[in-house]
Design a binder for this molecule. Structure first.
Ligand code: KG4
Ligand code: ZN
Length: 386
């Protein structure tokens, strides 16, 4: 199908995990609407996303969410230039809901369909606002840290003409950073998802109280590596060790009873919030939370800035749910200032999963006529870059 630019308006649809989202964005830089139906309440009792429930909730939410996004943008379906949808990575069943809906809509309207990688979307969440709020693009190449519940990746992002290219220069070898936040919060009897709870409680503790060692966040290497491998492994992350270290600390300091008491006290509060947990945490727990957050943030910061230096990046951008973390923003911003490197984060609503980032990432693809085939399907383990 030959794409024709009329309005510059793209409808983005995102359903890769536990948020059903739709947004209308003009020319990749002006957000006209950004609607997210969160499933947190559905998954909270299980302490994690239940794939079958996620697909069912997406099915329930997709039509009203798209309708609301169009209404808030005051845009009709006919005015759209294209429909963009997340192809992967994510939960296959969840992705399929968004993809099937977007395909039917594109087919019925005779409009082009654009497939977007969710990770590229997170990067474009920052680029979208950079153009929209800060008036100019980030200097390129940019070193992008995409850090969420499912991902911890470092990319070197460049633009050649309309096309963006990404080089994957680092990743986690086990848990994602957000997953570590979620698991540690669960272990300590806090709410779900854990990141915002730990973020809110950490300032009340001493981040130096529990010295998590570097070995606890260092990936294990099982054989002698080549120089090239040793170079790339500098930018590998590993967060399963620190989670085990927290568990061991809890066991050796006999914290199980107080954790259980906190868990049941929070369960009895309707819609408990992190502020409710503060009174239920003793100083030892708050110190443990602060030390855990400091260790993770410092590891992310150290490797991101080392990679920026090694790959000669002209700026840094941080995106994904964990980019909402306040200590992360403060410590990354301070180091960027020391190094005179421009740094950018998305506003809080664009840090976590949303569809404005999908519509924004689709714009250069639309201009370059990189359209999806009618056979588009979900790719649960889609990767980004080389
Ligand atoms: O990007 P996102 O909405 O979904 C994925 O693609 O995974 O990220 C969700 C993740 C969860 O692990 C959540 O605990 C974490 O982001 N998160 C945070 C904060 N807000 C959300 N982690 C640390 N501090 C926060 N303030
Ligand atoms: Zn995400």
């Amino acid at each position: 199908m030959q794409a024709k630019i009329q309005s510059g308006l793209i409808l983005g649809i995102e359903s890769s995990c536990d948020e059903t989202a739709a947004a209308v964005v003009r020319e990749g830089r002006q957000t006209l609407s950004n609607v997210v139906a969160s499933q947190i309440a559905t998954h909270a009792p299980y302490g994690g996303v239940v794939p079958e429930l996620a697909s069912r909730e997406h099915l329930r939410n997709i039509m009203p969410v798209v309708r609301t996004a169009l209404a808030e943008a005051k845009v009709s379906l006919q005015e759209l230039d294209a429909i963009a949808v997340t192809e992967g990575p994510g939960l296959a069943g969840a992705l399929l809901v968004g993809i099937s809906y977007a395909k039917s809509l594109a087919f019925a309207l005779g409009k082009p369909l654009i497939a977007v990688n969710h990770l590229e979307g997170h990067i474009h969440a920052v680029l979208l606002e950079q153009a929209e709020l800060h008036g100019g693009p980030l200097p390129l190449p940019a070193l992008a840290l995409v850090v969420s519940g499912g991902h911890t990746h470092l990319y070197l992002a460049r633009q050649q003409g309309q096309s963006w290219s990404y080089r994957n220069v680092g990743h986690t070898v086990d848990d994602a950073a957000g997953e570590a936040f979620d698991k540690v919060a669960k272990l300590l009897g806090l709410g779900y998802p854990g990141g915002p709870w730990i973020d809110a409680l950490a300032p009340h503790g001493d981040p130096k109280a529990v010295p998590f060692s570097f070995a606890q966040i260092k990936p294990k290497v099982h054989r002698k590596e080549t120089l090239q491998e040793a170079f790339s492994q500098q930018f590998f992350f590993s967060f399963s060790g620190i989670k085990t270290a927290v568990l061991r600390y809890v066991q050796t300091h006999h914290m199980a009873a107080s954790i259980e008491a906190r868990r049941s006290a929070l369960a009895s509060i309707p819609q408990a919030r992190p502020t409710d947990a503060l009174a239920l945490c003793d100083q030892k727990t708050l110190d443990l939370i602060a030390s855990f957050q400091r260790a993770v943030v410092d590891d992310l910061r150290r490797k991101t800035f080392q990679a920026a230096e090694a790959f000669d990046a002209a700026s840094i951008l941080v995106s994904g749910g964990v980019a909402a973390n306040r200590e992360l923003r403060v410590r990354f911003t301070a180091e960027a200032a020391e190094r005179s490197l421009p740094i950018a984060f998305p506003s809080l609503s664009l840090s976590t999963d949303n569809a404005a980032m999908i519509a924004a990432a689709a714009w250069p693809k639309f201009q370059a006529q990189e359209l999806a085939s009618p056979n588009l399907t979900a790719v649960a383990s889609l990767t980004l870059g080389r």
